[in-house]
Design a protein around this ligand. Structure first.
Ligand SMILES: [Zn+2]
Length: 138
């Protein structure tokens, strides 16, 4: 139930910058920033293109498909609300579009996760305003 979510939310320091990302997740779409000058796709959202320093940026829908670049099973959570008996899987996912995104892997035991495993984005609505992007095995 969305109202029962008691974990800290990933509220951006610049909510205007990331607003399109969060609006898209509510529609279960994954957007990534795109430079309108040099066409590079990147993540995380920022005000300047990391390749050409252009400030003419937009958004592009990503496939939601990727591979596990790295992961760890978190047994000692940084915040008490994330602590659970089973732990959770923190991962860096390399999207098929090329950039890496930090997230969680769900729907699988950590012992069964493999590097380069194919994953797909799933969306977890945790409040009326925030829908998180996580990944599950494809
Ligand atoms: Zn650029």
């Amino acid at each position: 139930m969305a109202s029962a979510y008691d974990k800290p939310l990933p509220i951006a320091s610049n909510p205007t910058l990331t607003k399109p990302f969060w609006e898209a997740t509510q529609k279960e779409e994954l957007l990534v920033p795109r430079c309108n000058t040099c066409s590079v796709l990147f993540f995380y959202p920022r005000e300047v293109c990391p390749k050409c320093l252009s400030m003419d940026l937009g958004w592009q829908k990503a496939s939601g498909l990727g591979k596990v670049h790295s992961y760890t099973k978190v047994k000692q959570a940084a915040h008490p609300s994330f602590q659970s008996a089973d732990g959770h899987i923190y991962a860096i996912i390399q999207l098929n579009e090329g950039m890496k995104i930090p997230s969680n892997i769900v729907g699988i035991d950590a012992d069964d996760v493999k590097i380069d495993m194919d994953v797909i984005a799933v969306f977890e609505k945790v409040t009326d305003e925030v829908t998180l992007v996580k990944f599950k095995p494809l």
